[in-house]
Design a protein. Structure first.
Length: 103
């Protein structure tokens, strides 16, 4: 869990929060060369998550990856294929609901 004044990200509400700045690792992908990529999420669109790795920015199609994201001391699995909305739409849609797409 990440805690700040009036701002709390937990594994239950991660879908309705901003992902930029979170550390992530690709744990599953249809392209096996992406598995193990680690870095900080620096951008997100409807169809892509951009991770800054040691070797530069990598654009990952949401439909093809599952990410393990660090939320404070917790690790949360994001099935990005089920979260294929624009960030602003995803935040409005989930709006604090508990989401079965994260474990």
């Amino acid at each position: 869990m990440l805690n700040a004044k009036n701002y709390r990200i937990t594994k239950e509400n991660l879908a309705c929060h901003e992902w930029i700045g979170l550390q992530a690792e690709v744990v599953e992908s249809s392209d096996k060369s992406r598995i193990g990529l680690q870095g900080k999420i620096v951008d997100e669109t409807k169809n892509l998550v951009v991770i800054e790795t040691r070797k530069g920015e990598k654009k990952l199609p949401k439909m093809e990856v599952k990410l393990m994201v660090n939320v404070g001391a917790e690790k949360v699995l994001l099935d990005c294929s089920k979260l294929g909305q624009r960030p602003e739409d995803r935040i409005k849609y989930f709006g604090g609901k508990k989401d079965a797409r994260m474990q």
